[in-house]
Write a protein that binds this ligand. Sequence first.
Ligand SMILES: Cc1ncc(COP(=O)(O)O)c(C=O)c1O
Length: 360
Amino acid sequence: MIGTTMIPHSRPAIDRQEIRAVTDVLQSGHLAQGTVVERFERGMAAYFGVAGGVAINSGTMALEVALRVLGIGPGDEVVLPSYVCAAPWQAVQRVGAQACLVDIEPETFQISADAVRMAITSKTRAIIVPHLFGLPADLTALGQLGLPLIEDCAQTLGAMEHGRAVGSVGTLTVCSFYANKLLCAGEGGMVLSRDPALLERARALREYDGASSLNPLASNLKMTDLQAAIGLAQLERLPEFLERRVSLARRYREALAGTTAIVPTVPVGRSHVYYRFVVRLPQRGSGSSNLDECLGRLEGRGVQCRKPVFRSLHRYLGLDGFPASEAAEREALSLPLYPALTDDEATQVCLAMRDEWQHK
Ligand SMILES: Cc1ncc(COP(=O)(O)O)c(C=O)c1O
């Protein structure tokens, strides 16, 4: 790369508001979980329109808490997609249940409701539904399967599926506030629900002390007021963040018109908030090397791209029968798109994309 600075794949949008909020907490003398965490929980619950939220130290642990709250353990099965990060699978392992992996919808990358239907057995106790890349999964079809849904909103906030907001439908919803997320706090997570009894159970798992009896499953999963202060400041800016994402996605779509790259599919009834702008590469019959070469060329033009999922879970486990997940691994490429991206950087991304995928 000559003469240009690298545009990173992700960059948090941290401004005066976040810096002031953290400074206020530092000056307050109370850094651990306190009133700022409570305000963040109330703010997120209001955002989703649910009864409440329980702040947790990560999205991964929020998933584990959600499973425990539903009483899921040994002998139970939980359905989840293969094409997702390892966190949901690991949470299922930690509670001692069996993870049943299913394939995705080939065009949207979301968990396939048809595949879930086929995977359900008498032992199935829940479905983990990650809304990947900013697009809702097919909540309507999944909701008809009659099982508790754990909506994993780590990658999607504010998107709609047939008039319902993601995170407002499932029995439980989990969030991640990791540094590269739509709303970040450095690290952090949350479990949310319409059901106060489930929230009470989640709260009991978050702290080792203070209960009337010893709970062997309770732990220290607390978020600090420092993280919650960042989260609250980001929550206020979230509508503006999502607007910027959608407007950048519009620019990318225009830039890619007439090229060989396949832009994100948005099915009727769903809206997209573009946590990731994931294009599908035209296949040249050479497997994943096509994708790796493309990542290298874009990096050479100063645009850092990523495979949006590191590796499908079934491949770690040596399982077969996941053609859509495997196609996504071969063909999906995520471009830099986030509120902190400048207009000049977006122009550089557009030029690099057109150069890469124009008809040759
Ligand atoms: C879909 C999904 N679920 C869960 C997680 C785990 O969240 P965390 O990194 O906060 O543990 C992530 C990654 O951040 C994710 O993308």
